[in-house]
Ligand binder design. Sequence first.
Ligand code: CA
Length: 233
Amino acid sequence: MPERDRDLILLIEDDPAVLSSVRRRLAFEGYGVETASNGLAGCEQFEALQPDLVILDVGLPGMDGLQVAEWIRERSQVPLLMLTARDRVEDRVAGLQSGADDYLIKPFAIEELLARMRALLRRASWAPSQDPEAVLRFEDLVLNQAAMTVTRNGQPIALTPREYQLLEHFMRHPRQVLSREALFEAVWGFDHMGESNIVDVNVKKIREKTEAGGTSRLIQTVRGFGYALREHP
Ligand code: CA
């Protein structure tokens, strides 16, 4: 990715009033801003620009925001902030499962948008670790933070970005009981998971991948509390 002296934001939004007001404010705040008003144009802009963050409306003509999010996630771990007009649990969950990092419900205050953006950009600049020695180990599980790779008993394990972040959080807190809410906040970055079972879904996937070949379970369910990374009892 080219080095830039300011962050470039790609705004994909079909409402001209929202588009122009957000664009004007982001430019005022010193960000580079490019825009697209439908999903397909957004994907093309994404490929051409390699932005530092994407703001994506869910309700777009043609290819909708969820499809755009999935398309981007197949190619990139860029921070993705979703805008939704509907305060419905299923839309938020669909947005998060399609790969969004955070969401805002319309109408939103621009200060709130800026705060969420800054949090996502700050988090993106932390990862991956620059320390080549940064390796976390638990039993035969090894997580290399510089290479962002995971192996068990020497065998590579392919994880999605969210599964990787979740496993990394467990490995930073071995043998601690972690609640679903705490895991959600640590990985998805905001503090209200609503009715979502997204933590359970991702734990299940990590278990399937790390227990392939009949190896022992490392992420244990702690009934009534959450999960803990610890040796099989
Ligand atoms: Ca829209």
